[in-house]
Design a protein around this ligand. Structure first.
Ligand SMILES: [Zn+2]
Length: 94
C-alpha cells in the first residue's frame, strides 16, 4: 500500500531582524543595532553607545569604576542604583 505523502513542513527560515538605528551618546555616530549600555560614561537610561565606544571607552571606564571600589558587588550595586533612577517614570510625554 503506497504511503500517503505527507505535506512537507515549511522550511524554517530565520527572518532577518529589523535592527533599529540609534545614535551613540558618546561620539554621536549613528549605528545600526541595539547599542550598548554606556554606564558609567552616561547615566541616562535612554542613552546607548556604539560598539567602538563600548570597547574603547565604556569598558575601560567600567573597569576603573570597579577597580576604584573593590567591593565584591560594586558593579551590581551600581547597576541596581542605576536601574532605580527616578527618570524611569518620566518616559515619553502623553
Ligand atoms: Zn560611539
Amino acid at each position: 500500500m503506497p504511503r500517503k505523502k505527507e505535506p512537507k513542513p515549511a522550511p524554517v527560515r530565520l527572518e532577518p531582524v529589523a535592527l533599529p538605528t540609534k545614535k551613540c551618546c558618546i561620539c554621536g555616530k549613528e549605528f545600526v543595532g541595539f547599542g550598548n549600555d554606556p554606564w558609567p560614561l552616561s547615566e541616562k537610561r535612554t542613552d546607548v553607545c556604539c560598539d567602538d565606544c563600548n570597547y574603547e571607552k565604556v569598558i575601560p571606564a567600567r573597569m576603573k569604576a570597579i577597580a576604584d571600589d573593590p567591593g565584591q558587588d560594586s558593579y551590581e550595586r551600581a547597576r541596581r542604583s542605576w536601574d532605580e533612577r527616578p527618570d524611569q517614570q518620566s518616559g515619553p510625554v502623553q
